[in-house]
Design a protein around this ligand. Sequence first.
Ligand SMILES: Nc1ncnc2c1ncn2[C@@H]1O[C@H](COP(=O)(O)OP(=O)(O)OP(=O)(O)O)[C@@H](O)[C@H]1O
Ligand SMILES: [Mg+2]
Length: 234
Amino acid sequence: MRGLLVTGTDTGVGKTVVSAALLAAMAAAGERVRAHKPVLTGLDDAAPSGWPPDHELLASVTGMCAEEIAPLRYAPAASPQLAAALCGERIDPAHLLASVPADPGRTIIVEGVGGLLTPFADGYGVRELAASLGLPLVVAARPGLGTINHTLLTLEAAKAAGLQVRAVVLTPWPERPSALELSNRETIARTAGVAVAELARVMAPQPDALARAGARLPWRKWLAASAPPQPAAA
Ligand SMILES: Nc1ncnc2c1ncn2[C@@H]1O[C@H](COP(=O)(O)OP(=O)(O)OP(=O)(O)O)[C@@H](O)[C@H]1O
Ligand SMILES: [Mg+2]
């Protein structure tokens, strides 16, 4: 499977914005793309920021329908495991894995849920899904205070499972970064020996604005080590 799994250091750190920017930039460059969000929770919560819900933003940059992107959707704003339980359901890891579209002609961006250790079921979370899919990670992280610890913990958790990490993406990266933000970027890169990229602030959830911001991320390099796309079956 050619693609990336975009995880984050926390919920609300920019996974969807990073995923949408990558998808928009890839699509603008002629790449055939798909988005996938394994489980969407908090469906009934109004977005405080004015940005659309994850599956709708990802639909806007891929041309897919939102429900196809996120087949499992729950109203409670809780971990996927708890949100499902509150709705009288249980997430089956095999079913979750099978719901990820395996289209060899397309590049897939899977947006994780919460952080890397967020559970879908006992013993099976985002980290296990990434391992099952064999997708390398991109880690969305805040640029400011607290990000060193959260990011290094996430990278350690990825390493412990043998997952490849293509990069950390600090988002939204300010036009004029402070000394703290510059130091955070350098400290994470040096301590973990990982590539650290920045995603500029995208002013509005528009595909062209997302594509411009995403085009500055080295996504071709991140995909290069993945399986090449195969021509779609006739
Ligand atoms: N590059 C950016 N440009 C503009 N806004 C950003 C950027 N990165 C993050 N944000 C802001 O952060 C908010 C949270 O981002 P996002 O929804 O992508 O987080 P998330 O990690 O996907 O959250 P969830 O865990 O709910 O899926 C956005 O609604 C937006 O306001
Ligand atoms: Mg999201």
